[in-house]
Write a protein that binds this ligand. Structure first.
Ligand code: GLN
Length: 302
């Protein structure tokens, strides 16, 4: 049989991925885009290069590699793992099974952080940075921000370090820490996090890319809120007065997160929806009562 052109390979590849994913109803799959990314990888051409050279016939090695990648994708492996990278905030990030694959929705958290109007030398903490996505996006936008990114996983930090180096953003400080445990008594103007927030028995864990991502980056107790609770409770010890906490959460967790923030004493609580219109990021501000104000209160009462 003659070998396919780029255009034929893309068409047939997309149809094969679609058929496979229909079999297990893979929500959110995008067969056309998947085929392009996999053929880019197999041919070493950019996606636009594929369109420019659509009549070109694949050589034997390209066809064999595309075939292998397609078979793995059809069996369910995430495209990001097969090609080894994912774009986030226009940054090409190296990804691996050690961390969450960066999602477009998390870009809303980045936008929200940039919209706070913090000073050009703000101190920022990204808790559970994974591939480094949020910290690196902020670092490209705000060259003067002093950014620390933590993760409890050594493997994740290794990946984040590779991304820092690749993007020449080595001023982002990486630190192994289970939430705040390795942070000492440092305080920040902004704390951001996309923590694990899926309930342990959520059926989504058995669908799509989530099956191939580490549960330590996804699962958080029986209601998905265990880590969010801990971050909300401990952040006041690490925020300067007026500092902000920005949290990504599940589409159905906005009320619970706002409630936790309010009970803890945060103010200016606000919600940001993601590109699909789902509640996705909640923010709160921590304003410390100054000792002077407190003593005045007491004086007033006595
Ligand atoms: N947003 C991811 C998903 O639902 C989960 C990410 C997380 O737990 N932080 O696919």
């Amino acid at each position: 049989m003659s070998r396919p052109t780029i255009a034929q390979a893309l068409r047939e590849g997309a149809a094969r991925i679609q058929a496979a994913h229909k079999a297990y109803a893979d929500a959110g799959s995008s067969p056309g885009l998947d085929a392009q990314l996999l053929l880019s990888k197999a041919t070493g051409r950019s996606r636009s290069g594929l369109f420019a050279w659509s009549d070109r016939v694949l050589d034997e090695a390209e066809e064999a590699e595309f075939e292998q990648l397609l078979a793995r994708r059809a069996a369910g492996e995430p495209v990001a793992h097969l090609v080894g990278s994912r774009e986030f905030w226009s940054l090409p990030l190296v990804v691996s099974p050690a961390t969450l694959i960066p999602r477009p929705d998390t870009e809303c958290l980045v936008e929200q952080a940039l919209a706070l109007g913090l000073s050009s030398s703000a101190r920022v903490l990204d808790l559970g940075t994974g591939s480094g996505a949020i910290a690196l996006a902020l670092a490209t936008e705000q060259r003067g921000w002093d950014i620390t990114a933590t993760d409890s996983s050594e493997e994740a930090l290794r990946l984040a370090r590779i991304n820092c180096l690749n993007l020449n953003l080595t001023r982002v400080r990486l630190c192994q820490s289970d939430w705040f445990d390795g942070i000492g008594d440092e305080r920040f103007d902004l704390i951001v996090s996309n923590p694990p927030y899926i309930a342990v028995d959520d059926p989504h864990l058995h669908q799509g890319d989530l099956r191939y991502e580490p549960s330590s980056a996804l699962v958080s107790g029986h209601d998905g809120l265990a880590d969010l609770r801990r971050i909300i409770a401990e952040s006041p010890q690490h925020l300067d007065s007026g500092g902000w906490l920005l949290l990504e959460h599940g589409y159905d967790q906005a009320e619970a997160v706002a409630d936790l923030l309010q009970k803890q004493g945060y103010t200016s609580i606000g919600l940001r929806r993601d590109y699909g219109g789902q509640p996705r990021v909640t923010q709160g501000q921590w304003v410390m009562q100054s000792p002077v104000a407190r003593s005045c209160d007491q004086a007033g009462k006595s």
